[in-house]
Design a protein around this ligand. Structure first.
Ligand code: ZN
Length: 136
């Protein structure tokens, strides 16, 4: 993790494996790997498909829409750059895979399982972060 400029929160460091994901977030797109052999989505980024073990993965744009599968409210931030309380969730994407994220734009006490959410991007310099917020 790196910290740059005025941004005090830790940032992801893209690797050769995750660079396509972070390139997509910079373009305002959410892309996941999808297996061209069996059609399964793969998240987090992998070298091979977890279902059929082939290496025929390609980066595919997904809708960015989903719903909260599970969540936790952080009441005491581990890093002073974060303002508690905030919500960390596992989001069920419409395409099937589950992705880990924060949930913004809603008071944590109002987050519920099944809450419809959509992705939003925040360009913080070296990378664009993704968040989920309630669907309008
Ligand atoms: Zn596969």
């Amino acid at each position: 993790m790196v910290t740059t400029g005025e941004w005090k929160k830790t940032l992801p460091e893209p690797s050769w494996l995750t660079q396509p994901f972070w390139d997509a977030t910079k373009q305002g797109k959410l892309k996941l790997q999808r297996c061209t052999t069996c059609g399964e989505y793969v998240w987090t980024p992998q070298m091979a498909c977890r279902s059929c073990l082939t290496e025929t993965l390609e980066w595919t744009e997904v809708s960015g829409r989903g719903s909260v599968y599970s969540f936790v409210v952080i009441h005491r931030a581990a890093n002073p750059a974060y303002t508690a309380p905030y919500t960390i969730a596992v989001v069920d994407l419409e395409e099937g895979p589950r992705i880990f994220s924060d949930v913004i734009g809603i008071d944590p006490e109002n987050v519920t399982i099944g809450l419809p959410v959509e992705v939003e991007f925040e360009d913080v310099g070296p990378v664009a972060l993704y968040h989920f917020r309630p669907r309008r």
